[in-house]
Design a protein around this ligand. Structure first.
Ligand SMILES: [Zn+2]
Length: 303
């Protein structure tokens, strides 16, 4: 998925700004998305009718995103900002100041109804108390609901191209439904249904496909586990004969490796798809979701 350069009537003067929706001709809608899965969805629905600016640089971890001056200018100038309220505090602040009137928060459509699940009952860390799990896109059916609200918003902003957006969205929804079926089938027969992960990003995926997630750290991957957390996870791994500890691509595997070496388990990648990087196991959302499924089927002993 490559970005198509702006091509507004052949005039590429950078002095002209203020978004692409004014005037005549086939201007692209300038959309700012706060991180990769949202940028992916907007690009697939909008095709070459939109230009998508992903606020999270490649290889960066979006929970801790800080905005540059040019990001702030892009928020101001965008025709539309697509973001997930509560995921990255700097983006929430930037939208409040620069873009409240042209922003779409997808958190309602994403149905963020899971709360952080502590490792042991009664030991939930204060920083995570009551926090909603933001990682909805790892359940394809929740991403379908977000596709629908993004599509209708694009259609409202660019009614001339509404049918194109809806056609593109229908194709994307079909692909997501196929992916959902692959997961349901592929994970139906796993011997072990407990997934031990380095960051609590897989709650919605686990819920959708009947797995139980045991996170070594909290909802943000930078959280350092306490010695008590590590001891609880190690005990869980041993008691439940867990053979694989999953780690992710954008943060160090050290914590997963610690638990693995103490228990004799293996480590394997499970990518929360918060962004692409050189070590991503797929080229886009679908490629990485399928790599995750393959790694889960191996790690959970699914026939
Ligand atoms: Zn995360």
């Amino acid at each position: 998925m490559t970005l198509v350069p702006l091509a507004c009537g052949g005039d590429d003067s950078s002095a002209v700004s203020g978004g692409g929706s004014s005037g005549t001709g086939r201007a692209q809608l300038a959309v700012v998305a706060s991180f990769y899965p949202l940028a992916f969805v907007v690009q697939r629905i909008g095709g070459d009718l939109v230009s998508v600016d992903n606020l999270t640089p490649q290889g960066a971890e979006p929970h801790e995103l800080e905005l540059t001056a040019s990001d702030t200018a892009n928020l101001t100038d965008a025709d539309l900002i697509v973001y997930l309220a509560g995921f990255a505090p700097a983006v929430d602040d930037g939208v409040d100041v620069e873009g409240k009137d042209h922003a779409l928060d997808v958190s309602g459509a994403a149905r963020l109804d899971l709360q952080y699940t502590p490792i042991e009952d009664g030991t939930q860390r204060a920083a995570d108390a009551g926090a909603r799990d933001p990682h909805f896109w790892l359940d394809p059916t929740r991403l379908i609901d977000v596709v629908e609200v993004v599509t209708e918003r694009l259609a409202t902003q660019d009614p001339t191209d509404a049918e194109t957006f809806r056609t593109n969205a229908a194709a994307l929804v079909t692909e997501l439904q196929t992916l959902d079926q692959e997961y349901a089938t592929g994970l139906a027969t796993c011997t072990n249904r407990d997934i031990v992960t380095s960051h609590n990003a897989f709650g919605y995926l686990a819920e959708r496909y009947g797995l139980t997630q045991i996170g070594i750290t909290g909802l943000t991957p930078e959280d350092e586990p306490t010695p008590a957390d590590l001891a609880a996870v190690t005990k869980f791994v041993e008691d439940n004969h867990v053979t694989t500890i999953y780690y992710e691509t954008l943060v160090s595997p050290a914590i997963a490796e610690t638990v693995a070496s103490e228990t004799g388990a293996k480590t394997e990648v499970l990518d929360p798809i918060e962004g692409l990087s050189g070590s991503s196991q797929g080229a886009d959302y679908f490629g990485i979701m399928r790599a995750n499924l393959s790694n889960l089927r191996t790690g959970q002993d699914c026939s």
